[in-house]
Design a protein. Structure first.
Length: 318
């Protein structure tokens, strides 16, 4: 048996945010949370009972210490995290507003320790200890060395039989759609499951099928399984020729940041358990619950998810 069910690798950041409805320009207070796509997934998987590790590089500052302490508190193994004494931990600032204003984010991550991740300073052998590796398209976007690390990590996982869940997670502030397509297409081709929004499927990969959008993206990326989120409508999935749709769960949103990561964690858990379709529905429940919680993290557990799924219906297979 492997040491970990799940290994995630990516940047961790400190989130400084104002209360809902306030603005950074005028608010006298900032709330402090930890966040980052892969670390959010790691926390969610750990809270759902999976043996989970997170690998990254953090600065030797108070924010790095805060981050490690919180990851440990949620049950995530951080033994493969490197702390750089003379470097910094990335920060981002968030305004949480309702439509039409929405969420506004300002990043301060230049030259952070995570941007220095490279094939020679990250323990690629960690994938041999995990059943499933999860990484997102944000990681290769933050620097050229991090992109090289991601490619090496995915290849190492493929070589040792560690299954891969790749969340496209396109960020237009980090790179163009054309750059993302060039870098992410070969990465997605190495994955067992690709998670993508319908918008990113269209804008990054030029895949815009109306009939079977997940299957069309699977063909475009030459991958066997695709999970395609479609906003408030629901989730399309495609696995080895089968396709289906799972309707969304009505939710009143308090804080939407991190909901996509909570959903991805459900897909990762489904991949660990060998049941992608149940993972999709579990992920939808986790994302809905996360949207009711302040901060980036899913802070629920198996009982909360089971209770919500008990009244939220089931996915539909085409």
């Amino acid at each position: 048996m492997k040491t970990f069910d799940v290994l995630t690798v990516g940047e961790g950041m400190i989130r400084l945010s104002v209360h809902g409805g306030a603005t950074l320009e005028s608010s006298p207070h900032l709330d402090v949370h930890i966040g980052g796509a892969e670390s959010n997934v790691a926390v969610a998987c750990a809270r759902m009972g999976k043996r989970t590790a997170w690998m990254s590089r953090l600065g030797g500052d108070v924010f790095g210490s805060r981050f490690l302490g919180e990851m440990r508190r949620h049950g995530v193994d951080v033994s493969a995290v490197t702390v750089e004494p003379d470097s910094r931990t990335g920060v981002y600032y968030a305004e949480i507003g309702e439509d039409p204003r929405g969420v506004a984010v300002t990043y301060d991550r230049a030259n952070s320790a995570a941007t220095r991740m490279a094939p020679d300073n990250v323990d690629l052998s960690m994938v041999t200890q995990a059943e499933v590796l999860q990484v997102s398209g944000i990681t290769p976007a933050i620097s050229a060395s991090s992109a090289a690390m991601t490619s090496s990590l995915l290849a190492a996982a493929r070589d040792c039989g560690c299954r891969i869940v790749f969340d496209v997670n396109f960020r237009a502030r980090l790179w163009s759609a054309e750059q993302a397509r060039e870098v992410l297409s070969p990465m997605c081709a190495l994955a067992d499951v690709v998670v993508c929004t319908r918008e990113d499927a269209r804008d990054v990969f030029g895949s815009a099928s109306a009939d079977n959008p997940a299957g069309a993206l699977a063909d475009r990326l030459t991958v066997s399984s695709v999970v395609l989120t479609d906003g408030s409508t629901g989730v399309h999935w495609h696995q080895d020729g089968d396709a289906g749709f799972s309707p969304s769960i009505p939710t009143v949103t308090v804080d939407r940041i991190g909901a996509g990561d909570a959903f991805c964690a459900g897909v990762v858990i489904g991949t660990v358990d060998g049941d992608l379709v149940s993972g999709v529905r579990r992920g939808q429940a986790m994302a809905s619950l996360k949207r009711t919680m302040l901060g980036d993290l899913f802070l629920g557990g198996p009982a909360d998810v089971a209770a919500l799924l008990g009244v939220a219906g089931r996915s539909v297979k085409r």
